[in-house]
Design a protein around this ligand. Structure first.
Ligand SMILES: Nc1ncnc2c1ncn2[C@@H]1O[C@H](COP(=O)(O)OP(=O)(O)OP(=O)(O)O)[C@@H](O)[C@H]1O
Length: 254
């Protein structure tokens, strides 16, 4: 039986709204994600997508319910603890990398993630060849910039680097938080292709938020639509194969 990587049980986040009224921005969500699943998460603005990811990563604590990673209860664990199991790529190219550090230094930091080893310049030299090969596969010239601070890279190069960093040591769970949204259409397409390749090659378990309906149809083996903090609709791989952009767009209006 395929093992469960992530399980949400009645995951609920309640906030105090206007006039002390409470509101569930995540509302009794139940979700099981198995090893190798690639789940696309769709939803309109304010549907609860970021709240869902923040609850999984631990940057937001649930009011009620449970988060389990690899069958372990992690609801009370801080974000730093959960980061040992989770890789995340954000929408903003500035978020994933340290801007004053070079591409190689960032890659070394990512390689050492969760390990007790210290960053040493000697290690940089040891890893250079590996980093060159890794970045050469991306096809956006990143390999020529290994010694350049990441703040000087294009948004597309930074996002590709963030993706590589989030998956350089295999995370149990990869969270892609609209990671192509800030890029031009061509760069977004090539990053999405790289993402899919990396997920397949390493058999990663992944949740991906996107607003691009074509991507929601093309990629992943499951699709969930969030609305008002709840899972409004869910589609299996078979059901997904029948979906059209027009149908998905109409679902947003429901
Ligand atoms: N810390 C908070 N305090 C109060 N309200 C919040 C908080 N975080 C989110 N919300 C509200 O909860 C709802 C869900 O927000 P969330 O950011 O999860 O939506 P989203 O689906 O990610 O939207 P978008 O596509 O716009 O990023 C929104 O109405 C938002 O205003």
């Amino acid at each position: 039986m395929t093992e469960t990587v992530l399980e949400l049980v009645n995951a609920t986040k309640t906030i105090k709204g206007e006039f002390e009224a409470t509101r569930n921005i995540l509302d009794h969500v139940n979700l099981k994600v198995k090893k190798g699943d690639f789940v696309v998460v769709l939803g309109g603005n304010g549907a609860g997508k970021s709240t869902l990811f923040n609850s999984i990563s631990g940057s937001l604590m649930l009011t009620e319910g449970h988060v389990k990673l690899n069958n372990q209860e992690v609801s009370q664990q801080k974000e730093e603890e959960r980061a040992k199991y989770i890789g995340r790529v954000f929408q903003d190219p500035k978020m994933g990398t340290a801007p004053r550090m070079t591409v190689s230094e960032n890659l070394l930091l990512a390689t050492l993630r969760g390990k007790k080893r210290l960053f040493k310049n000697r290690q940089l030299a040891q890893h250079k060849e590996k980093f060159y090969q890794l970045t050469s596969q991306i096809g956006n010239g990143l390999e020529k910039h290994l010694d350049v601070p990441t703040g000087q890279l294009s948004g597309g190069q930074r996002q590709a680097l963030s993706l590589i960093m989030a998956t350089i040591t295999i995370p149990d769970l990869l969270l892609l938080d609209e990671h192509t949204a800030a890029l031009d259409p061509k760069t977004a397409r090539s990053l999405m292709a790289l993402t899919d390749e990396r997920i397949r090659e390493k058999n990663l378990t992944c949740l991906m938020i996107t607003h691009r309906l074509e991507d929601a149809i093309t990629y992943g083996n499951r699709l969930i639509l969030l609305k008002d903090g709840k899972i409004h609709r869910e589609f299996s791989q078979k059901e997904k194969e029948q979906l059209t952009v027009g149908f998905l767009a109409e679902m947003f209006e429901e």
